[in-house]
Design a protein. Structure first.
Length: 148
């Protein structure tokens, strides 16, 4: 949405998915994520929700990406490890209705339209594959990809 705005697009870019990241170390079975996803679908039908309990990432990450990662201790720690600095950002809604930004690496890359690999958890090979899959510069021509 930020890059659409900075490109002055009149129509929002299509979304492959909407990531709903949460952290619940008590209820880590696959059914829990499915229940959260069902609640999201009920709240906003038709949206491409993808609910992921960040407390479970270490259980499937190695099989999916080829290397093990340590269990995460919080949502903030999870966001800090996401693949690119520009995408290591999350929004939360506090119990009093206040919107809070989680941006462990700041917002500079996002607003500068710069994509850089976050080495915390993503290999160079995985980063290159993501750049190809996400097509950042094709979708947003003003975006600069660093380190490919």
């Amino acid at each position: 949405m930020v890059w659409d705005h900075l490109h002055a697009f009149s129509t929002p870019s299509s979304l492959r998915d909407i990531d709903f990241a949460y952290f619940n170390p008590i209820d880590m079975d696959a059914g829990a994520q499915e229940r959260v996803q069902a609640q999201l679908q009920a709240a906003l039908p038709g949206a491409p929700w993808e609910a992921i309990n960040q407390a479970t990432v270490h259980l499937w990450f190695e099989q999916h990406f080829g290397h093990a990662v340590a269990p995460l201790r919080s949502l903030h720690e999870a966001v800090a490890s996401w693949p690119e600095y520009a995408t290591s950002i999350a929004l939360t809604l506090s119990s009093d209705g206040e919107l809070q930004v989680i941006a462990p690496h700041g917002l500079t890359d996002l607003f500068s339209m710069r994509v850089r690999r976050n080495p915390a958890r993503v290999s160079v090979e995985t980063y290159r594959q993501r750049i190809e899959d996400k097509r950042y510069t094709e979708r947003w021509p003003k975006v600069t990809v660093v380190g490919v």
